[in-house]
Design a protein around this ligand. Structure first.
Ligand code: OAD
Length: 261
């Protein structure tokens, strides 16, 4: 575990002088809000399933009710939790550096709720749904009738507006993420196991462009041994600490107060 005094001076200096920062987040960032990480989420009723058995088009076609209900439960969790100090620190970072690109694999919308304004969502958003057949967004749907509910336009099945295994990521967001990873002064990989492509390649894109790469995670990942700096611990603790070490205590206080929407 990285202690406060162990945040390297060199890292604080790099952060202070950086004009452009790219941050990739994963479900670990929301763990301290009470959202289980992607791989932890398969507990209880769903413990016997492999993530790939639930988060695919073929799983949905095989058992739409099961897949809808798994996401519906996760959606309810997301709606009752709050952003944590890690989300607020990233929203603060956006104000402290001239150019911050926040790329997230999370579908929970907590970065935006903490005040981050520019967020590239690579895997969609669980609070939104779309028609399976038409692939178009649906603003409202009946919760109490069929499961999954039906598309009000065409009668097809509704599904969560998230990216499933085997599906393409939103092309524009992915392109912007790849560009931002290569063209920044510092790259952070926070709370992700770094095993799901193409997001998992982004830190390597940064490294190939000779950008210092910082990993924040309580555990080690395949990326850890490549990290220029490793901060070992929960992001809800370490991100505010990093801001405090770089810009002082007042910068962190502001992050937990005024940014929330
Ligand atoms: P994972 O569940 O694979 O990994 C979560 C990571 O968060 C792990 O490395 C944990 O060690 C770390 N972690 C746990 N608690 C943390 C904390 N408090 N602070 C910081 N880190 C913490 O989730 P992701 O890497 O997000 O995609 O998974 C990536 C993608 O895989 C998901 O977006 C999902 C899945 O396939 C789709 O559904 C398309």
């Amino acid at each position: 575990m990285t202690e406060p005094h162990e945040i390297p001076d060199r890292l604080a200096e790099l952060l202070q002088s950086a004009r452009s920062i790219t941050v990739l987040t994963g479900s670990g960032v929301s763990a301290e809000s009470g959202v289980p990480t992607f791989r932890e989420a398969l507990t209880g009723l769903w413990a016997t399933f492999d993530p790939e058995e639930l988060a695919t088009r073929s799983a949905f076609l095989r058992n739409p009710r099961l897949v809808w209900e798994w996401y519906a439960e996760r959606r309810r969790t997301v709606q009752r939790v709050e952003p944590n100090p890690g989300h607020f620190a990233l929203a603060r970072l956006e104000q402290m550096v001239p150019n911050l690109t926040l790329i997230t694999q999370n579908v929970d919308g907590l970065h935006q709720r903490a005040g981050s304004r520019r967020v590239l969502e690579l895997h969609g958003n669980i609070t939104q749904v779309k028609c399976f057949d038409e692939d178009t967004a649906v603003a409202a749907w009946p919760e109490d009738e069929q499961v999954p509910p039906r598309c009000p336009r065409c009668g097809g099945l509704l599904r969560p507006d998230v990216v499933w295994f085997g599906e393409a990521l939103p092309a524009q967001a992915l392109r912007a993420a790849m560009l931002a990873s290569r063209n920044c002064d510092l790259f952070f990989s926070v709370g992700t196991s770094g095993v799901v492509e193409p997001a998992a390649s982004l830190p390597y894109d940064a490294l190939r462009a000779r950008v210092p790469m910082i990993e924040i995670n309580p555990d080690s990942t395949p990326l850890s041994r490549h990290a220029t700096f490793r901060l070992v611990g929960p992001s809800g603790l370490l991100l505010p600490l990093l801001i405090e070490r770089t810009w002082g205590h007042d910068a962190v206080r502001a992050s937990s107060q005024s940014d929330a929407r």
